[in-house]
Write a protein of this length. Structure first.
Ligand code: BDR
Ligand code: CA
Length: 317
C-alpha cells in the first residue's frame, strides 16, 4: 500500500482532500500535520479532528505545527472557508483538542519520513512553513521522500490572495521559496490556475452531496459557506474560466493517491518571488533555463477528471 503524510490548513477543500485519501483503496495515511493558513493552527487542529471523526478515523495521529509564517504577519482565508476554517458550522460533539499528539508537527514529519525511507508521499495543501522548518532541521529529508505533492503557486501570475500571489505561497513566501529550492525530490505542483480550469460542475456537487451518508451530510454542512462565497463578485473574478467549484487541495491528494491521475505535466525549474511591489509570493517558472537550476518540478497540466469524480464520490460513501 501507498504511504501518505498530509500537511494541511484544514479548510473546506483540505477536508475534501483528506476524505478522498481516507476512502482510497491501498492508501495508508500515516499522519496529518497541521499548520496556520486558512485559519489559526488551533482551528486547523480542531477541524482536522472533526474530519477524522466524520470518517471514523480518529486513530490517525494529528500533530500541531507552525502558528505563523517565517516572516511577517499571518493571513487567513476566512472570507472563503468561514472564520473557523470549516464553514462556521460548529459541531457540539467535536472531539477534544487533547487528542492532538504531544509531538510537534515538524518533529513528527522528520520522524515518520525517516522511519519509512523512500516510501512516503508528502502532500502539502497549505502554507509550506512546516515543510520549510523540517528541511532546515533535517536536510536529508527530501532525499527520503517518494514524492512531494503541493497545491500552491501559480503559472499565469493570477493571484487569489495578492494580485499575483496564490494563497498557500503568499501566506508564507519564504517557506515556499525554501521548499521549492531545497526539496530535491520529485515535486508535483498543482497550481491555482490549473485548479480553476478543472472545476467540478455545480451539478456534480449537488449529486455528490445528495448521497445518503453521514459523510455527505457532514460535507454539506461545512461546505455551505464556500458554496455561497463562490457566488461573490470577488470569487467570480478569481475563479477564471467558467462556473463550478474548485476543490484545489483534492487534486494534489488524488495525484499522490494514484500515479495515473496526472495525464500531462511540464518539467521546469521553479522559484518564488520574495520582493516586488505586486509580485511577492508569486511562483516563477523558468521556461528558458536562465536560473541554471538542475532540479525541475512537474507542473501538472492535465489530470484524469473521470477518475477525480470517482474518487470524490467515494470520499463521501
Ligand atoms: C489554497 O488556499 C487555501 O485557501 C485552500 O485550502 C487551498 O489550499 C488555494 O489557493
Ligand atoms: Ca489548504
Amino acid at each position: 500500500s501507498k504511504k501518505l503524510l498530509a500537511d494541511v490548513d484544514c479548510g473546506v477543500d483540505d477536508a475534501q482532500a483528506i476524505m478522498l485519501a481516507l476512502a482510497a483503496p491501498n492508501v495508508e495515511l500515516l499522519g496529518i500535520t497541521c499548520v496556520h493558513g486558512n485559519t489559526t493552527v488551533e482551528n486547523v487542529c480542531k477541524n482536522t479532528l472533526r474530519v477524522l471523526q466524520a470518517c471514523n478515523k480518529l486513530e490517525i495521529p494529528v500533530f500541531k505545527g507552525a502558528a505563523k509564517p517565517i516572516l511577517g504577519k499571518r493571513i487567513d482565508a476566512g472570507h472563503f472557508h468561514g472564520q473557523d476554517g470549516l464553514g462556521d458550522a460548529p459541531d457540539p460533539n467535536a472531539p477534544a483538542l487533547d487528542l492532538i499528539q504531544k509531538e510537534d508537527a515538524v518533529s513528527a514529519m522528520i520522524r515518520i519520513v525517516n522511519e519509512n525511507p523512500g516510501e512516503i508521499s508528502l502532500v502539502a495543501t497549505a502554507p509550506l512553513t512546516n515543510l520549510a522548518l523540517a528541511v532546515m532541521i533535517d536536510p536529508s529529508l527530501p532525499s527520503k521522500l517518494r514524492g512531494l505533492y503541493i497545491m500552491g503557486g501559480n503559472t499565469e501570475s493570477r493571484g487569489n490572495t495578492t494580485v499575483c500571489g496564490e494563497f498557500n505561497f503568499a501566506a508564507d513566501a519564504e517557506a515556499a521559496y525554501i521548499v521549492l529550492n531545497d526539496y530535491q525530490c520529485p515535486i508535483y505542483l498543482i497550481c491555482w490556475e490549473f485548479t480553476c480550469y478543472s472545476k467540478l460542475s455545480w451539478e456534480f456537487c449537488d449529486a455528490w452531496l445528495a448521497q445518503d451518508t453521514d459523510k455527505a451530510r457532514f460535507m454539506a454542512r461545512i461546505f455551505r459557506h464556500s458554496i455561497e462565497a463562490s457566488q461573490s463578485e470577488r470569487l467570480q473574478k478569481e475563479f477564471v474560466a467558467g462556473t463550478g467549484f474548485v476543490s484545489c487541495d483534492s487534486y494534489a491528494m488524488a495525484a499522490a493517491v494514484d500515479d495515473s491521475f496526472i495525464v500531462e505535466s511540464d518539467q521546469y525549474p521553479v522559484s518564488v518571488e520574495l520582493t516586488g511591489t505586486h509580485t511577492r509570493g508569486m511562483m516563477v517558472v523558468d521556461t528558458v533555463d536562465l536560473l541554471k537550476k538542475t532540479h525541475k518540478a512537474f507542473i501538472v497540466k492535465k489530470v484524469d477528471m473521470e477518475m477525480f469524480k470517482q474518487m470524490m464520490m467515494a470520499a463521501l460513501k
